[in-house]
Design a protein around this ligand. Sequence first.
Ligand code: NCD
Length: 305
Amino acid sequence: MSWKGRDVINILDFSREDLDLLFQLANRYADEDYRGNDLENRMAALLFLEPSTRTMYSFMSAVYRLGGKPITLSKTEASSIAKGETFGDTIRMFDSYSDVIIVRDRREGAAKYAADIAESPVINGGDGAHNHPTQAMIDLFTITRYRGSVDGLKVGVLGDLKYGRAAASFILGLTIYDPDTIYLISPESLRLKKEVRDYLDRVGVKYFETEDLTDILPELDVLYVTRIQKERFPDPLEYERVRGSYKIDLSILSNAKDDLMVMHPLPRVDEISTDVDNSKYQYYFKQAHNGVYLRMALLKLIMGD
Ligand code: NCD
């Protein structure tokens, strides 16, 4: 399917062929540290109604690098949302001011709702605990860039699999490929959501749930670490029970494969010790850096000539 004008709501809307094309362009941009005027005279609206560093600013950087212009709204108190304007009307306005809308909102389904209203393509920058498709694209791109493919790999996903949208989208994204096994490592109360597990069952991807990393760590090719999503817990006591459940440091990693990739969508709080930062296992900063090239490629395919 052609990329042109497409909405990006859920990673599962994309095929392996779609992602191949995207990663090919992102690889080129990364190799050349590309800048150009591909999106000259194009405007991108960034509507970020939840905190963001990487998603918002890497999208902005991507727009600038391709010669486009970003329009941003991230403080609701500085816009008419503070006067009671609805999300739908805000989307209608951004639709008339720009050629693509990138939206982050705490409500599940917000991006889909925006896409139903807007004529311009809508990119989901995260909707509550639900989806984060462009993060999944970055994650899959990062593995492909350094390992050639996701096929055949043993991938561990650790942390908050219940509220983490990056984790959920990454896990769904893995099913587009043919990984050997997905290991889901979390406290019992933060198990992967049933709907995502059901999907894994349906497509027949082999997965294994555990609370303990120790036994499986030596098996892993990729360890994808996530933050416990404090802000999404309905009960602060529930958070207190699981905070600090996992901390990856160099001594733990002494049992890992030599070429293990430790990934993280970031921000990290305390789940990866800074002693991993300068080690061979560290891929999380590369992953964040790759985000700019991936998002450039995405914008180019959706909006370019
Ligand atoms: C993630 C998010 O916002 O879902 N961050 C990101 O976009 N890289 C992960 C998180 O907040 O833990």
